[in-house]
Structure formats: C-alpha cells, structure tokens
Design a protein around this ligand. Sequence first.
Ligand code: ADE
Length: 279
Amino acid sequence: MGKYKVKVGIIGGSGLNDPDILEDRVERRVSTPFGDPSDCLIEGRISGVDCVLLARHGRKHDVMPSKVNYRANIWALKTLGCTHVIASTATGSLQEDIAPGDLVLLDSFIDRTKSRKDTFFDNSCSELTGVCHVPMDPAFCPETRRLFLEAASKLSLKLRPTGTCVTIEGPRFSSKAESLLYKSWGVHLVNMTMVPEVCLAREAGLCYAAVAMATDYDCWRDKEAGVSVGEVLATFKKNVAKVTKLFREVVPLIGAHEWDTTIDDLKSLVSSGFMSAPS
Ligand code: ADE
C-alpha cells in the first residue's frame, strides 16, 4: 500500500455519463476558486476503488466545448481527492485506418483552441501564485496508459495504443482545408475538448489518460458527406459499451497499482516549472 490513496476521476464525454457505472453513488456539489464545474460530481466505487464521475458537458449535455469550465472541472476532482483522471472523448478520424467506432489511447495533442483558460497560474486565485511552465511531454500518464493497454488486452478489446489528437475551438466543425491540413501533419484525430483538460490535469498533478472514440471521418474524404452531430452521437451510442467495459476493467488495475513514484514525479514536475526571479 503506497502513501497515496487512489481515487479515480472519470470525465465522460458526449454519451458517457451513465452513473450506473458506479456502486454506492452520492452526489456532490463542489464550488471552486475558478467557478462551478459542468455539473454535480458523483462519488462511488468500481470494484471497491473510489471513483468520481463528472459529465464534461453536464448531464443534460448543455455546456458547449468552449464554455466548459475545464479549470473548475479539474479543480473539483482534485478537491474530492482524485489522484487520477480517466477521460473519454468523441473524435473525428483523420486517418483511413481509424474507422468510426474504433478506440484510440491518446499519447499526444495539438492545440488549435483560441479562447480557453488553460492554466491555474494566471493570478486569478490568491492561493496559486507565480508563473508555471509545466512540461507536456509525455502529455498523458504513461503508467495509466500502460494499465489501459493491459485492460484492453484482458478484454480482447481493440485499442489503438497511440494517437495524436488536434483540439479545435469549435463549436463549428473543420473546413475541408483545415481537415486536410491536420491530416497532412500526420494527426490521427480531431476533437473540441482534449485541450485544456489534459494541460490542467498536469498542473494539478493528476495522472491523466484519455480514450478517444472515432465517431466519424470529419470532412477530408472526397467520397462522402462531412461529419454531422447526428453521426457523432449515433456512433458514440453504438460503441459506448466498449468504453464503459474498458473503464470498468482499468479502474481495479489502477487501484491495485503503487503510485508513489509516479505521483511524486508529477508533483516535482509542477514545482520545478515555476519561474523564479533571476538572481
Ligand atoms: N468530435 C467528434 N467528431 C468530431 C470532428 N469531426 N471534429 C471535431 N470534434 C469532433
């Protein structure tokens, strides 16, 4: 037993908000120095491991990607004692070999957002002072990712082990030229929510991993009509059981693992990111 008590925050993207994933559920309203999270948080357990569920867009899905209070969401999970965050996200595929319904374990991202608060250290909270330049490589927690691969293998579930996601501001989808540009960069997926969630989790010292579900081929393909909301939701609904199964399988693996070194390393990564005045 390590010095940190594991608690897993689960951020459900479009379509993965079903509280039934948790046993012994209790709703919590949490306010933060950064405002309110997207909805109340639901505490409970999966296979005896403490978890907290949060719907990224609210349980009624009424918070658009640019308006999600990512800082409040991550801060609220941290406030409830989470050591980890595992997230799901609906994405457009930019590669022929990633088909709608496929799952990808993200390992990097590109930020094309324009108007989001992407740091806790902007002097808006008196407890958090200083300028922090946190490294983002590796962007996602390698240990948590390793356990996701182990869980997928136990389930014989197809999970692509790596993938880069470009996060756009939205709410509009990409133009064809944008889609082709991202594809030409070798990016695998496009979404509207991975940034700044992954960056804020790093600043908060949380082990963060995300599973992307490809829901469409965006609009780069000549053969077919571009992405629509209907297509995204229908594909997510059809495949959400795979993500739920994977999350149920990975949580006990996270709970059984010893995290002292990983969490200590994350903490020192953040504390060494502060710029001090030159002497
Ligand atoms: N989410 C799901 N599909 C998407 C797409 N094609 N572009 C941006 N976000 C998405």
